[in-house]
Write a protein that binds this ligand. Structure first.
Ligand SMILES: [Cu+2]
Length: 149
């Protein structure tokens, strides 16, 4: 019992230690990657339409919907290969509205809005499709490829 108590105390001390923050791969040297969801005269798109990520590198995927309609980004199989630190939503003045933590599969972005998806790829992945899940949008061109090296 005493040993258990000591172990718990040591763990609590370790969690509170800033040394852990310095070793947090999800916060170090974050690379910002811009993604646009929208449409033009030829159809709907995810732009750019190809993404290559590296395992162990932290990313902030800045998803901007430039359309008049909402879009729903799904990372599909990629979700199983990344650690999502958080989704961050800010208002038009840049004030934080919400931070969402946990496993996220899809993000719906309202017209003219931006959402930031912070993640770290933890496993390599052959090229897959990331898609917009709203009916008819994939068929209209809303897909891109993603690879994790
Ligand atoms: Cu869409």
């Amino acid at each position: 019992m005493k040993i258990l108590y000591m172990t718990a105390s040591l763990l609590a001390a370790a969690v509170a230690s800033p040394v852990f923050a310095e070793g947090d791969l999800s916060r170090a040297n974050v690379i910002e990657v811009a993604m646009e969801l929208g449409q033009n005269e030829t159809g709907m798109f995810i732009s750019p339409n190809s993404y290559v990520f590296e395992t162990g590198q932290a990313y902030n995927l800045v998803i901007t919907n430039t359309d008049e309609f909402k879009h729903e980004l799904a990372l599909n199989e990629m979700v199983e290969r990344i650690f999502t630190r958080k989704i961050e939503i800010s208002d038009s003045e840049g004030n934080l509205v919400a931070e969402i933590k946990g496993s996220i599969y899809e993000v719906e972005v309202g017209p003219g809005q931006t959402v930031q998806w912070f993640f770290v790829p933890v496993q390599t992945m052959e090229t897959i499709e990331i898609t917009c899940e709203l009916p008819g949008h994939y068929e209209s061109g809303m897909m891109a490829t993603a690879t994790i090296n």
